[in-house]
Design a protein around this ligand. Structure first.
Ligand code: GUN
Length: 282
């Protein structure tokens, strides 16, 4: 079994991006800038944002985190996004989710100018991705895609089963795999007989948030499994895949932690650099 080392792949991508930033600086006398907006004190969000900032600085981006208390009003956030949209030193804007209940997620996502939407959540970017046009691609599915391509460069004709239909993961993942000529099935909480769907899959992307859902007898022996889940349980952080069972059966599997997580952050850096490049050449 191949244990897909997301930490190693992310480190190698960051190294490549670091060289790219050096070249961009030479060419444009400027480096890409990433601004992250963090609202409130949620512990996981604090950790994610700290890791994003650390990685961005390591690669040489000009990165900032703007922090607001949980009770900040929506208007203040929308005004800040509007200012950042116009700020030429900012190539990418990310508002960390989830947001407090009194702030409208849709309004916030749509306030970010699509050309600086490093999450790829703006409906313009979602539409561009599904139409096969150039766009920012959500970081987690993009990270999954790079890990998959590393194991299997030719995905054409493969049957991919995605568990979970979220805008963050499942839906954009389906678009990426369709573009690679996979036959894609998106499954979700109302899917009948998920096990039999999984048993037909050459590739499974588990992104549903149910600890150890995918069992050893759900998978084919030559399948590649990407586990997006990060579930806090009594036994610590576990994925959506029963690692112990599934690792004994399949061709390749990502661990949790150390699989998709590090790639997500490296892809955010990549997206920021790509946003910068598009503004420099347009
Ligand atoms: N919260 C958890 N994952 C993400 C992500 O990919 N982007 C943003 N903005 N917030 C998140």
């Amino acid at each position: 079994m191949i244990l897909i080392d997301g930490k190693k792949e992310a480190a190698s991508l960051r190294l490549k991006l670091k060289d790219e930033v050096i070249e961009l600086k030479k060419k444009f006398n400027n480096v890409p800038g990433l601004t992250v907006i963090l609202i409130g004190e949620l512990a996981p969000s604090q950790i994610y944002v700290r890791n994003k900032e650390k990685s961005a600085n390591e690669v040489g981006l000009n990165s900032h985190v703007i922090r607001y208390p949980n009770d900040v009003d929506e208007k203040t956030i929308l005004k800040k996004i509007n200012d950042l949209n116009k700020d030429n030193s900012v190539s990418g804007i990310l508002v960390q989710l989830p947001l407090p209940k009194h702030i409208n997620k849709k309004k916030v996502i749509e306030a970010i100018i699509p050309s600086k939407d490093v999450d790829g959540f703006h409906p313009i970017n979602v539409g561009n991705l599904s139409s096969g046009y150039e766009s920012s691609i959500p970081c987690t599915p993009l990270g999954c895609y790079f890990l998959l391509k590393k194991i299997e460069p030719n995905l054409s004709g493969k049957k991919a089963v995605i568990i979970g239909r979220s805008n963050l993961n499942g839906k954009p993942m389906a678009q990426l795999l369709l573009k690679e000529n996979c036959t894609v099935t998106i499954t979700h909480s109302k899917t009948k007989n998920l096990k039999s769907e999984c048993l037909m899959a050459d590739i499974i992307i588990a992104a549903v948030g149910i600890p150890k859902l995918v069992k050893g007898d759900w998978v084919k022996k030559d399948a590649i499994i990407i586990d997006v889940g990060i579930n806090k349980t009594d036994e610590g952080i576990v994925g959506d895949v029963d690692f112990e069972q599934v690792s004994k059966k399949v061709k390749a599997l990502t661990p949790v932690p150390g699989g998709v997580g590090p790639m997500t952050i490296a892809c955010l850096i990549k997206n920021t650099i790509d946003c910068f490049k598009r503004t420099q050449t347009n």
